[in-house]
Design a protein. Structure first.
Length: 348
Protein backbone atom coordinates (compact mmCIF):
# COMPACT_ATOMS: atom_id res chain seq x y z
CA UNK A 1 0.00 0.00 0.00
CA UNK A 2 2.82 2.39 0.77
CA UNK A 3 3.72 2.50 -2.94
CA UNK A 4 0.21 3.40 -4.15
CA UNK A 5 0.05 6.91 -5.61
CA UNK A 6 -3.53 8.10 -5.35
CA UNK A 7 -3.07 10.93 -7.86
CA UNK A 8 -2.47 8.33 -10.59
CA UNK A 9 -6.05 7.09 -10.17
CA UNK A 10 -7.84 10.35 -10.91
CA UNK A 11 -8.12 12.76 -13.83
CA UNK A 12 -8.39 15.89 -11.69
CA UNK A 13 -7.04 16.83 -8.30
CA UNK A 14 -8.39 18.82 -5.38
CA UNK A 15 -10.52 21.85 -6.16
CA UNK A 16 -9.14 21.73 -9.69
CA UNK A 17 -11.88 19.12 -10.23
CA UNK A 18 -14.51 21.85 -10.06
CA UNK A 19 -16.63 22.43 -13.15
CA UNK A 20 -15.59 25.61 -14.99
CA UNK A 21 -17.40 28.79 -13.83
CA UNK A 22 -19.12 29.41 -17.17
CA UNK A 23 -20.24 25.78 -17.47
CA UNK A 24 -21.52 25.76 -13.89
CA UNK A 25 -23.54 28.88 -14.62
CA UNK A 26 -25.28 27.06 -17.47
CA UNK A 27 -25.99 24.05 -15.27
CA UNK A 28 -27.62 26.20 -12.59
CA UNK A 29 -29.91 27.93 -15.08
CA UNK A 30 -33.29 26.20 -15.30
CA UNK A 31 -36.99 26.90 -15.57
CA UNK A 32 -37.95 25.40 -12.22
CA UNK A 33 -38.56 28.10 -9.64
CA UNK A 34 -37.50 27.17 -6.10
CA UNK A 35 -39.95 27.39 -3.23
CA UNK A 36 -39.92 30.86 -1.71
CA UNK A 37 -38.55 30.67 1.81
CA UNK A 38 -37.98 33.87 3.75
CA UNK A 39 -35.77 32.00 6.21
CA UNK A 40 -33.23 31.19 3.50
CA UNK A 41 -30.66 33.93 4.02
CA UNK A 42 -28.15 32.67 1.46
CA UNK A 43 -28.85 30.42 -1.52
CA UNK A 44 -27.59 30.34 -5.12
CA UNK A 45 -28.22 34.00 -5.91
CA UNK A 46 -24.72 35.29 -5.15
CA UNK A 47 -22.58 32.16 -5.67
CA UNK A 48 -21.65 32.15 -2.02
CA UNK A 49 -19.70 29.48 -0.12
CA UNK A 50 -22.60 27.82 1.73
CA UNK A 51 -26.34 27.90 2.21
CA UNK A 52 -27.56 29.74 5.31
CA UNK A 53 -30.95 29.23 6.99
CA UNK A 54 -32.39 31.51 9.67
CA UNK A 55 -33.41 29.48 12.73
CA UNK A 56 -35.52 32.33 14.06
CA UNK A 57 -33.70 32.80 17.35
CA UNK A 58 -30.96 35.16 16.25
CA UNK A 59 -28.82 32.34 14.89
CA UNK A 60 -28.60 30.67 11.49
CA UNK A 61 -27.65 27.23 10.21
CA UNK A 62 -24.79 27.03 7.69
CA UNK A 63 -24.88 24.01 5.38
CA UNK A 64 -22.27 23.02 2.78
CA UNK A 65 -20.80 20.02 0.97
CA UNK A 66 -17.43 19.72 -0.76
CA UNK A 67 -15.57 16.74 -2.20
CA UNK A 68 -12.94 16.04 -4.83
CA UNK A 69 -10.40 13.56 -6.18
CA UNK A 70 -6.90 13.13 -4.69
CA UNK A 71 -4.51 16.07 -4.77
CA UNK A 72 -1.77 14.10 -2.98
CA UNK A 73 -0.60 10.49 -3.10
CA UNK A 74 -0.83 9.76 0.63
CA UNK A 75 -4.30 8.60 1.75
CA UNK A 76 -4.09 10.07 5.26
CA UNK A 77 -3.05 13.48 3.90
CA UNK A 78 -5.80 13.31 1.28
CA UNK A 79 -8.37 12.91 4.05
CA UNK A 80 -6.90 15.80 6.02
CA UNK A 81 -6.86 18.12 3.02
CA UNK A 82 -10.38 17.29 1.86
CA UNK A 83 -11.74 17.80 5.37
CA UNK A 84 -10.00 21.14 5.90
CA UNK A 85 -11.24 22.32 2.52
CA UNK A 86 -14.86 21.40 3.23
CA UNK A 87 -14.91 22.94 6.70
CA UNK A 88 -13.51 26.15 5.21
CA UNK A 89 -16.89 27.00 3.67
CA UNK A 90 -18.37 27.44 7.16
CA UNK A 91 -15.49 29.68 8.22
CA UNK A 92 -15.95 31.67 5.00
CA UNK A 93 -19.45 32.64 6.18
CA UNK A 94 -18.09 33.86 9.52
CA UNK A 95 -19.50 30.78 11.22
CA UNK A 96 -18.49 28.00 13.58
CA UNK A 97 -18.65 24.36 12.40
CA UNK A 98 -20.81 21.95 14.41
CA UNK A 99 -20.54 18.51 12.79
CA UNK A 100 -19.60 16.76 9.57
CA UNK A 101 -20.59 13.68 7.59
CA UNK A 102 -18.37 12.01 5.01
CA UNK A 103 -18.83 11.58 1.26
CA UNK A 104 -16.63 8.72 -0.03
CA UNK A 105 -16.28 7.20 -3.48
CA UNK A 106 -13.78 4.37 -3.74
CA UNK A 107 -12.78 2.00 -6.59
CA UNK A 108 -12.72 -1.13 -4.43
CA UNK A 109 -11.50 -3.28 -7.33
CA UNK A 110 -8.45 -1.05 -7.86
CA UNK A 111 -7.41 0.32 -4.47
CA UNK A 112 -7.13 -1.39 -1.06
CA UNK A 113 -9.94 -0.60 1.34
CA UNK A 114 -7.27 0.01 3.98
CA UNK A 115 -6.36 3.18 2.09
CA UNK A 116 -9.95 4.38 2.32
CA UNK A 117 -9.73 3.78 6.06
CA UNK A 118 -6.65 6.02 6.17
CA UNK A 119 -8.56 8.73 4.30
CA UNK A 120 -11.28 8.67 6.96
CA UNK A 121 -8.67 8.75 9.73
CA UNK A 122 -7.08 11.82 8.17
CA UNK A 123 -10.45 13.55 8.00
CA UNK A 124 -11.16 12.72 11.65
CA UNK A 125 -7.84 14.30 12.63
CA UNK A 126 -8.83 17.60 11.02
CA UNK A 127 -12.36 17.43 12.42
CA UNK A 128 -10.82 16.99 15.87
CA UNK A 129 -8.70 20.10 15.30
CA UNK A 130 -11.85 22.00 14.32
CA UNK A 131 -13.60 20.75 17.46
CA UNK A 132 -16.30 18.79 15.62
CA UNK A 133 -17.33 15.17 15.18
CA UNK A 134 -17.25 13.21 11.94
CA UNK A 135 -20.67 11.77 12.64
CA UNK A 136 -21.36 9.44 9.70
CA UNK A 137 -21.64 9.68 5.96
CA UNK A 138 -22.24 7.81 2.70
CA UNK A 139 -19.99 5.74 0.44
CA UNK A 140 -20.19 4.30 -3.07
CA UNK A 141 -18.07 2.02 -5.27
CA UNK A 142 -16.75 4.54 -7.81
CA UNK A 143 -14.48 4.53 -10.86
CA UNK A 144 -12.11 7.05 -9.23
CA UNK A 145 -11.32 7.81 -5.59
CA UNK A 146 -13.08 10.86 -4.20
CA UNK A 147 -13.68 12.19 -0.73
CA UNK A 148 -15.14 15.16 1.09
CA UNK A 149 -17.49 16.28 3.81
CA UNK A 150 -20.94 17.69 4.29
CA UNK A 151 -20.54 20.23 7.07
CA UNK A 152 -23.10 22.04 9.21
CA UNK A 153 -22.26 25.13 11.19
CA UNK A 154 -23.89 27.96 13.07
CA UNK A 155 -23.56 31.74 13.10
CA UNK A 156 -25.23 34.67 14.81
CA UNK A 157 -27.26 36.32 12.05
CA UNK A 158 -25.67 39.68 12.87
CA UNK A 159 -22.22 38.15 12.29
CA UNK A 160 -23.04 36.40 9.00
CA UNK A 161 -20.59 37.33 6.25
CA UNK A 162 -21.49 37.01 2.58
CA UNK A 163 -19.31 37.35 -0.50
CA UNK A 164 -21.54 40.15 -1.81
CA UNK A 165 -21.22 42.95 0.77
CA UNK A 166 -18.18 44.84 -0.52
CA UNK A 167 -18.29 48.65 -0.68
CA UNK A 168 -16.40 51.17 -2.80
CA UNK A 169 -13.05 51.97 -1.19
CA UNK A 170 -12.82 48.70 0.75
CA UNK A 171 -9.37 47.11 0.97
CA UNK A 172 -8.83 43.50 -0.10
CA UNK A 173 -6.80 41.00 1.94
CA UNK A 174 -6.05 37.29 1.65
CA UNK A 175 -4.77 34.90 4.36
CA UNK A 176 -2.70 32.31 2.48
CA UNK A 177 -0.17 32.36 -0.32
CA UNK A 178 -1.22 31.53 -3.88
CA UNK A 179 0.21 28.62 -5.88
CA UNK A 180 -0.87 25.26 -4.45
CA UNK A 181 -2.49 24.21 -7.73
CA UNK A 182 0.85 24.62 -9.48
CA UNK A 183 2.59 22.61 -6.76
CA UNK A 184 -0.08 19.90 -7.09
CA UNK A 185 0.74 19.60 -10.79
CA UNK A 186 4.44 19.38 -10.01
CA UNK A 187 3.68 16.59 -7.52
CA UNK A 188 1.65 14.64 -10.06
CA UNK A 189 4.48 14.97 -12.60
CA UNK A 190 7.05 13.82 -10.05
CA UNK A 191 9.08 17.04 -10.01
CA UNK A 192 7.97 18.67 -6.74
CA UNK A 193 10.95 19.49 -4.50
CA UNK A 194 11.04 18.19 -0.93
CA UNK A 195 11.01 21.75 0.41
CA UNK A 196 7.93 22.63 -1.62
CA UNK A 197 6.20 19.41 -0.59
CA UNK A 198 6.40 20.48 3.04
CA UNK A 199 5.01 23.93 2.21
CA UNK A 200 2.33 22.30 0.08
CA UNK A 201 1.01 19.87 2.71
CA UNK A 202 1.19 22.43 5.52
CA UNK A 203 -0.89 24.98 3.63
CA UNK A 204 -3.43 22.45 2.37
CA UNK A 205 -4.13 21.16 5.88
CA UNK A 206 -4.26 24.56 7.60
CA UNK A 207 -7.74 25.36 8.91
CA UNK A 208 -9.26 28.71 7.96
CA UNK A 209 -10.66 29.04 11.49
CA UNK A 210 -9.76 32.73 11.54
CA UNK A 211 -13.11 33.08 9.73
CA UNK A 212 -15.09 32.71 12.97
CA UNK A 213 -13.60 35.79 14.68
CA UNK A 214 -13.65 37.64 11.34
CA UNK A 215 -17.41 37.27 11.36
CA UNK A 216 -17.58 39.34 14.53
CA UNK A 217 -15.76 42.33 13.00
CA UNK A 218 -18.35 44.85 11.80
CA UNK A 219 -15.88 46.50 9.44
CA UNK A 220 -15.40 43.27 7.47
CA UNK A 221 -17.85 43.80 4.62
CA UNK A 222 -17.43 40.62 2.55
CA UNK A 223 -15.77 37.26 3.00
CA UNK A 224 -15.11 34.20 0.84
CA UNK A 225 -12.48 31.50 0.41
CA UNK A 226 -10.24 31.03 -2.61
CA UNK A 227 -10.65 27.59 -4.18
CA UNK A 228 -10.98 26.06 -7.63
CA UNK A 229 -11.73 29.21 -9.62
CA UNK A 230 -8.50 30.85 -8.44
CA UNK A 231 -8.05 34.26 -6.87
CA UNK A 232 -9.45 36.02 -9.94
CA UNK A 233 -12.50 33.80 -10.24
CA UNK A 234 -13.56 34.21 -6.64
CA UNK A 235 -12.84 37.93 -6.63
CA UNK A 236 -15.04 38.25 -9.72
CA UNK A 237 -17.84 36.47 -7.85
CA UNK A 238 -17.36 38.91 -4.97
CA UNK A 239 -17.49 42.09 -7.04
CA UNK A 240 -20.29 40.89 -9.31
CA UNK A 241 -22.36 40.05 -6.24
CA UNK A 242 -21.65 43.56 -4.92
CA UNK A 243 -22.21 45.21 -8.35
CA UNK A 244 -18.72 46.73 -8.21
CA UNK A 245 -15.21 46.22 -9.62
CA UNK A 246 -11.75 45.74 -8.11
CA UNK A 247 -8.12 46.64 -8.66
CA UNK A 248 -5.38 44.21 -7.69
CA UNK A 249 -1.74 45.18 -7.24
CA UNK A 250 -0.05 41.97 -8.30
CA UNK A 251 3.24 42.82 -6.60
CA UNK A 252 1.38 42.77 -3.26
CA UNK A 253 -0.23 39.35 -3.79
CA UNK A 254 1.54 36.76 -1.59
CA UNK A 255 2.84 34.00 -3.86
CA UNK A 256 4.53 30.78 -2.72
CA UNK A 257 8.29 31.30 -2.97
CA UNK A 258 9.95 29.59 -5.93
CA UNK A 259 6.75 29.02 -7.90
CA UNK A 260 8.49 30.39 -11.00
CA UNK A 261 10.64 27.23 -11.07
CA UNK A 262 7.51 25.44 -12.27
CA UNK A 263 5.64 28.08 -14.25
CA UNK A 264 8.73 28.77 -16.37
CA UNK A 265 8.52 25.13 -17.50
CA UNK A 266 4.72 25.32 -17.99
CA UNK A 267 4.17 22.98 -15.05
CA UNK A 268 0.71 24.37 -14.35
CA UNK A 269 -2.77 22.84 -14.00
CA UNK A 270 -4.86 22.52 -17.15
CA UNK A 271 -7.60 24.31 -15.23
CA UNK A 272 -5.53 27.51 -15.24
CA UNK A 273 -6.52 27.80 -18.89
CA UNK A 274 -10.09 26.64 -18.21
CA UNK A 275 -10.49 29.30 -15.55
CA UNK A 276 -9.08 32.02 -17.77
CA UNK A 277 -11.33 31.07 -20.68
CA UNK A 278 -14.31 31.38 -18.34
CA UNK A 279 -13.66 34.94 -17.20
CA UNK A 280 -11.07 36.51 -19.54
CA UNK A 281 -13.60 39.07 -20.82
CA UNK A 282 -13.96 40.37 -17.25
CA UNK A 283 -10.25 40.98 -16.52
CA UNK A 284 -8.00 43.81 -17.64
CA UNK A 285 -4.21 43.78 -17.90
CA UNK A 286 -3.19 40.23 -17.01
CA UNK A 287 0.55 39.59 -17.12
CA UNK A 288 2.78 36.71 -18.18
CA UNK A 289 3.34 35.48 -14.62
CA UNK A 290 0.11 36.70 -13.06
CA UNK A 291 -1.83 34.69 -15.65
CA UNK A 292 -0.56 31.45 -14.11
CA UNK A 293 -0.82 32.46 -10.45
CA UNK A 294 -4.07 34.43 -10.34
CA UNK A 295 -5.91 31.77 -12.36
CA UNK A 296 -4.34 28.89 -10.42
CA UNK A 297 -7.05 26.67 -8.83
CA UNK A 298 -6.49 26.64 -5.09
CA UNK A 299 -7.48 23.85 -2.73
CA UNK A 300 -8.30 24.98 0.80
CA UNK A 301 -6.97 28.38 -0.20
CA UNK A 302 -6.97 31.35 2.11
CA UNK A 303 -9.87 33.60 2.95
CA UNK A 304 -10.40 36.73 0.86
CA UNK A 305 -11.66 39.66 2.90
CA UNK A 306 -12.87 43.17 2.14
CA UNK A 307 -12.42 45.72 4.91
CA UNK A 308 -13.61 49.31 5.31
CA UNK A 309 -10.52 51.42 4.64
CA UNK A 310 -10.89 53.55 7.77
CA UNK A 311 -10.29 50.40 9.82
CA UNK A 312 -7.09 49.40 8.02
CA UNK A 313 -4.77 49.78 11.02
CA UNK A 314 -7.22 48.08 13.36
CA UNK A 315 -7.65 45.14 10.99
CA UNK A 316 -3.95 44.69 10.34
CA UNK A 317 -3.37 44.69 14.09
CA UNK A 318 -6.04 41.98 14.36
CA UNK A 319 -4.22 39.87 11.74
CA UNK A 320 -0.89 40.31 13.51
CA UNK A 321 -2.37 39.24 16.86
CA UNK A 322 -3.72 36.11 15.14
CA UNK A 323 -0.34 35.07 13.69
CA UNK A 324 -1.14 36.39 10.22
CA UNK A 325 1.25 39.32 10.14
CA UNK A 326 2.61 38.12 6.79
CA UNK A 327 -0.79 38.94 5.29
CA UNK A 328 -1.38 42.26 7.04
CA UNK A 329 -1.15 44.23 3.82
CA UNK A 330 -3.93 44.84 1.28
CA UNK A 331 -3.55 43.34 -2.20
CA UNK A 332 -6.01 45.73 -3.80
CA UNK A 333 -9.19 47.72 -3.36
CA UNK A 334 -12.84 47.82 -4.40
CA UNK A 335 -13.74 50.49 -6.97
CA UNK A 336 -16.96 51.61 -8.69
CA UNK A 337 -18.26 49.25 -11.35
CA UNK A 338 -16.70 49.73 -14.78
CA UNK A 339 -16.18 47.74 -17.98
CA UNK A 340 -14.00 45.16 -16.19
CA UNK A 341 -14.66 43.24 -13.00
CA UNK A 342 -10.96 43.16 -12.08
CA UNK A 343 -8.01 45.26 -13.24
CA UNK A 344 -4.58 43.79 -12.47
CA UNK A 345 -1.98 46.53 -11.88
CA UNK A 346 1.83 46.26 -11.84
CA UNK A 347 1.69 42.95 -13.71
CA UNK A 348 4.82 40.95 -14.47
Amino acid sequence: MEHVKLTQYSRGSGCGCKIAPDVLEKILKNNVVSIADTNLLVGNATKDDAAVYDLGNGTALISTVDFFMPIVDDAFDFGRIAAANAISDVYAMGGRPLLATAVLGWPIDKLPVELAQQVIEGAKTICNQAGITLAGGHSIDALEPMFGLSVNGIVDVKHLKKNSGAKVGDLIYITKKIGVGILATALKRGVLSDAHKTVFINQLTQLNNIGTPLGKLNYVTALTDITGFGLLGHLIEMVEGSNLSAQINYLDVPIIDGIQDYTSKLIVPDNVYRNWNSFKQKVKNIGAESFFTLCDPQTNGGLMITVSSEYQLQFETFLTKNNLSAFAKPIGKIIPKNDFCVEVCETI
